[in-house]
Design a protein around this ligand. Structure first.
Ligand code: ASN
Ligand code: ZN
Length: 323
């Protein structure tokens, strides 16, 4: 069995026809596999089945969205598959071009996404998650597009994979809030770069603001990195049974500080700094103060100026993250 790289077209969730990288099979049919990079990108359609069926292994026999021709019809795109496939390649490019990282695991392991899942009771699943080895995206519904449609959400989920394969921050309490904050930081950085939005633009800190079919970006957003929360006064120690101890709720304390660094230094400097801290200095049980140390250590090692290092320390102070 052989397959060859090919190009085709797909219709995204907004009805726009986009060029896509696909794989031509021996029998002349196509699959949603991007073979243009050393890292392969495969995108699957769950066809509305419950998300639980896709955590862990892929069900046997499933193929990356087969199509008889190289031109995927609008019905295929409505699943979110075309958006997921394109967004996966954009996220791959960001990590490759900025940091030289070869895919999510850094070793060229296939980037897998499953789109168009529903809840266990067949209802619209309005979320997305990294299951330890792949991205799983809800198909959306009357109010939301497929969760694969937002580049920041795709970047967020794939960054969970980068974190799993680097600092592996434990997904609970403060280390979990840092895990969430880093996923938001890079998700939004990837989208801001792709759209050419300055970090200081009020929309740049919103997560998932493009997902609503009708609501405004602000109504739609799952989080705002600029929500103004700081560690000392705003940290809520939720029970572990609730959101793993508030990993989403408390994430903006850390991501807010990181985003301020991006606003006050430059996007490239901040992205390189945060990536270096994540991949070389952070460890699984880190808390916010350890995160601050990791960022400053990475800054020193990359020879940031004293003035920049002072700026960064002050930002963490302002978010109540002290050493
Ligand atoms: N979108 C959320 C996240 O990736 C879903 C979850 O909590 N698993 O953090
Ligand atoms: Zn997350």
């Amino acid at each position: 069995h052989a397959e060859t790289p090919a190009t085709g077209t797909g219709v995204d969730v907004h009805g726009k026809t986009q060029p896509i990288n696909i794989a031509r099979q021996d029998d002349g049919t196509y699959r949603l596999s991007d073979l243009t990079n050393p890292t392969r990108i495969d995108t699957y359609d769950a066809e509305g089945r419950p998300s639980g069926q896709f955590s862990g292994r892929m069900p046997a026999g499933m193929k990356p969205m087969p199509n008889p021709t190289a031109d995927y019809p609008a019905a295929a795109g409505e699943t979110g598959a075309i958006n997921a496939h394109i967004n996966s390649a954009k996220v791959y490019d960001f990590y490759k071009k900025k940091f030289g990282r070869e895919g999510i695991d850094g070793k060229g392991g296939t980037i897998l996404s499953v789109v168009n899942v529903r809840t266990s009771t067949g209802k619209p699943y309005l979320n997305a998650f990294w299951d330890g080895t792949k991205m799983v995206y809800g198909g959306g519904g009357p109010t939301y597009y497929s969760f694969a449609a937002a580049m920041d959400v795709a970047g967020h989920e794939m960054t969970h994979g980068v974190i799993t394969n680097s600092a592996n921050l434990l997904y609970i309490n403060q280390s979990g809030s840092m895990n969430e904050g880093l996923a938001d930081y890079f998700g939004n950085a990837i989208e801001a770069d792709a759209k050419g939005t300055p970090s200081t633009d009020p929309s740049a800190g919103l997560v998932g603001e493009d997902l609503c079919r009708t609501g405004t970006p602000k109504e739609c957003a799952l989080r705002d990195l600029n929500d103004g929360r700081s560690a000392v006064k705003d940290y809520i120690g939720l029970p572990v049974s609730v959101d793993n101890g508030g990993v989403h709720y408390n994430s903006t304390i850390f991501s807010g500080a990181l985003w301020d660094i991006r606003e006050q230094l430059s996007a490239l400097t901040a992205d390189k700094l945060v990536y270096k801290a994540l991949t070389e200095y952070m460890t699984p049980l880190d808390d916010f103060a350890d995160g601050r140390d990791a960022i400053l250590a990475a800054g020193k090692a990359s020879k940031l100026s004293k003035a920049d290092l002072r700026k960064i320390a002050k930002i963490f102070d302002q978010h109540g993250i002290f050493r």
